[in-house]
Write a protein that binds this ligand. Structure first.
Ligand code: CTP
Ligand code: MG
Length: 287
């Protein structure tokens, strides 16, 4: 894994005069697309990891806390690295923690499962106040030959590679915006919120069979996600996920099957579940 600071050119960036697609020996992850005006069609993954993890309780920023001895962020980077389509990873670090994150990633490179060095370039940039700011800062760091992007929460460290591949493939096949999601097990009520814990009047019950709980990575044609961020910057008012911003542009978002192991580590009990998932993987496939 080659780790760069913002502003450095990732070594894996498609050269201006690379082998054409399909040429013998061309690496499909880096081969430039002659049809693209910028001479490439790489897929990058942005990993927002700049949150504090308030709901997890006191301690280090959430992405830097460990699961089975390895920082959550490193698990997330490995998950993106395993995806065949992804040739660049942009990690959005806590605003004052970019150097620490760079060192951490360097330190864990040689510990990749199977002993293989990750093949993907990794760029680390400092994040912002909100998740949306952090994703925008990640987008700003992308080189010109990227035309598709996956946005993946560091807080979903155990997403299976098949889920990542499915999202990336749907974008590559032409969908402008793709989200992995699962059916919702609980019945969901809409309420009139009453801060302070008092009883909240129910205002509706959406039909459960039509609801999906969305996960990450969410995949986009880069120009679609960039346009969504520009609109939000102009008009204010974000959305709780990246796809929500794209929906506001009137662009179709599609859902593909998510995975129960792509759950978000949010509260302390989620750490227990994550450790159990890792233990099960170790027992079944030597993860
Ligand atoms: N995130 C980010 N920049 C922020 C806030 C969040 O990059 N300013 C990232 C988090 O690091 C996480 C992802 O967005 O990987 C999803 O956010 P969430 O689960 O809410 O994480 P935190 O914001 O860290 O947790 P909390 O809301 O409990 O503080
Ligand atoms: Mg948060």
């Amino acid at each position: 894994m080659s780790i760069q600071s913002a502003g450095e050119s990732p070594t894996g960036a498609a050269p201006a005069s690379g082998a054409p697609d399909g040429a013998p020996g061309a690496d499909p992850r880096t081969a430039p697309d002659p049809a693209s005006p910028q001479g490439g069609h790489r897929t990058a993954a942005i990993i927002p990891a700049a949150g504090r993890g308030v709901r997890l309780g006191p301690g280090a920023p959430k992405a830097l806390r460990t699961l089975s001895g390895t920082p959550m962020l490193v698990h997330a980077v490995r998950a993106m690295d395993r995806a065949r389509a992804v040739s660049l990873i942009v990690v959005v670090a806590p605003p004052d923690g970019a150097d620490e994150v760079r060192h951490l990633l360097d330190e864990h490179t040689s510990l990749a499962p199977g002993g293989e060095l990750p093949a993907t370039d990794v760029l680390v940039v400092p994040g912002g106040e909100t998740r949306q700011d952090s994703v925008r800062l990640g987008l700003a760091a992308l080189p010109g030959d990227v035309d598709a992007v996956l946005v993946h929460d560091a807080a979903r460290p155990l997403v299976p590679v098949d889920t990542v591949d499915a999202v990336a493939a749907a974008v590559r096949e032409g969908a402008p915006a793709v989200v992995p999601a699962l059916p919702v097990p609980d019945t969901v009520k809409e309420v009139e919120p009453r801060p302070g814990g008092g009883p909240e009047p129910v205002t509706g019950t959406p039909e459960r069979s039509r609801l999906r709980a969305v996960q990450t990575p969410q995949g986009f044609a880069l120009k679609v996600l960039a346009a969504a961020h520009e609109q939000v910057a102009r008009e204010g008012d974000g959305a709780t996920d990246d796809a929500g911003m794209v929906e506001r542009l009137g662009i179709e978002v599609v859902v593909v099957p998510g995975h129960e192991e792509a759950f978000k580590v949010t509260r302390p009990l989620d750490l227990v579940l994550a450790e159990a998932v890792i233990a099960r993987r170790r027992a079944t496939d030597g993860f």
